[in-house]
Design a protein around this ligand. Structure first.
Ligand code: 2M8
Length: 427
């Protein structure tokens, strides 16, 4: 465990703000200097939430800037290339400028990430001190957020049951999770020549070649929804992605009256997702939500932190909440690890305490589960998640992720969502 002098709440908050200042490009907050030198949509949504109370103007700029990169299809890209910083795959791979629906002023990727943006907009609105300005902000962003949800409903309901499918591990927010090992292994072996030195270094070459091949196949189809439906070999209904979408639909329904819009379509979408998650992703025997592989038509029966994130829906039935919380607090997750919440079941053969989404604990998933716990009135669980997450960043700094047993930092330093969500936990 790295030793750090103990810091009080005020000093921790100041440190978090200075990380976010250093990672601000003038138009967006990059996830971390060096490794991630552009704007990522999931990271930006968490940064927005973290800054909503301490620096609302920057929170608004972050979210509005991200939505400025939205495609005319409604798709919010997972990366907006904001700097000259090297990252693979960069603009020359995605070639967004060749697509009529992509924005002209910024190059983007062609994939998306969990749609947390409406929840982030609601976070800004609910904590705003100036009502008029907050309402005006919601009126400005509402059409983009509604279009994002429409895109998921139309282009991404590949299973036809009301859930959005991810078409690449990068869309999950948990890119190297062992959840995707089997669907990736089922893809044909390929080998590409590319700038391996620019890769984050967390994946085997084997996996990376498949990541690139999935991205190129989709790109070469012209990012066509019909290609995703009929040919694309990777399509998964993921509980974390859909749980976040559900929460964003509810948030958008709350914001609809502010924007003079009808909340019913968002409430109906939330209900469709809720029903479909129960029918397709909930495993009543194991008492967990599992991802579902649409190409094999079977669940991926591996317990991950994503198995619990559907709890962000306050309407999950009480008996299911208790089943999930029992598993979460068991020796498979929080019970054995001193520093919650391991990204994968500690007892799984693939669990690796130091490799990104294959075992370590993350501030963003802890925050989501804390938010979920508060929605269900589980105050003790929320307090435990808050206290132990703050202990992690106090001891190891704003690292990308953490060893769940000894709390030592893993991945990048000065990681934006770890800093931003610390601000929210301290508020
Ligand atoms: C990680 O994903 C990127 C690909 O998008 C990567 O591995 O290079 C994930 O942790 C993802 O959730 C995150 O948004 C991104 C930037 O922090 O890094």
């Amino acid at each position: 465990m790295e030793a750090r002098p103990s810091v009080d709440d005020a000093a921790l908050g100041r440190e978090a703000l200075s990380v976010l200042d250093a990672n601000w490009t003038g138009a967006a907050t990059v996830p971390a200097p060096g490794l991630y030198p552009h704007q990522w949509s999931l990271d930006s949504a968490f940064v927005t939430i973290g800054l909503a109370r301490t620096n609302p103007e920057r929170a608004k700029a972050e979210l509005a800037g991200l939505l400025g990169g939205q495609w005319r299809t409604g798709m919010v890209p997972h990366i907006l290339f904001r700097t000259a910083g090297g990252y693979f795959p960069g603009p020359s791979v995605w070639r967004s400028h060749e697509h009529a629906a992509a924005p002209r002023h910024v190059a983007t990727s062609g994939l998306t990430q969990p749609p947390l943006q409406a929840l982030a907009a609601w976070w800004i609105w609910r904590y705003a001190t100036g009502r008029e300005a907050a309402d005006a902000f919601v009126r400005r962003l509402y059409p983009s957020l509604a279009a994002q949800h429409r895109y998921l409903e139309t282009a991404r309901d590949l299973g036809g049951a009301g859930l959005a499918a991810i078409v690449h591990p990068w869309e999950s927010g948990m890119d190297d999770s062992p959840l995707w090992d089997e669907p990736l292994a089922a893809l044909p072996a390929v080998r590409y020549a590319y700038h391996r030195e620019l890769l984050p270094g967390r994946h085997s070459d084997n996996h990376h070649d498949r990541y690139v091949s999935l991205a190129l196949g989709y790109r070469d189809s012209g990012y066509a929804p019909a290609y995703l439906r009929q040919e694309h070999p990777f399509a998964i209904e993921d509980p974390m992605f859909n749980g976040i979408w559900l929460a964003s639909c509810e948030a958008l329904a709350e914001l609809a009256p502010v924007a003079g819009a009808d909340p019913r379509p968002q409430r109906e979408a939330a209900e469709r997702i809720r029903t479909a998650m129960t029918a397709r992703l909930w495993d009543p025997w194991d008492g967990l939500y599992y991802a579902r592989d649409l190409r094999t038509g079977t669940p991926i029966p591996m317990a991950s932190v994503g198995s619990f994130t559907p709890l962000v829906d306050p309407y999950v039935p009480t008996d299911r909440v208790w089943t999930l919380v029992t598993a979460l607090e068991s020796g498979r997750f929080m019970g054995a690890a001193g520093y919650p919440v391991p990204s994968i079941d500690i007892r799984a053969a693939q669990f690796d305490r130091s490799r990104y989404w294959r075992g370590p604990s993350w501030v963003n998933t802890n925050w989501l589960l804390r938010h979920a716990a508060l929605g269900h009135g589980l105050v003790d669980l929320a307090q435990a998640l808050t206290a132990r997450t703050l202990r992690l960043v106090r001891q190891a700094g704003f690292r990308e992720c953490f060893d769940p047993f000894d709390g030592s930092g893993r991945g990048c330093r000065d990681f934006s969502w770890s800093a931003a969500l610390t601000l929210d936990l301290l508020a």
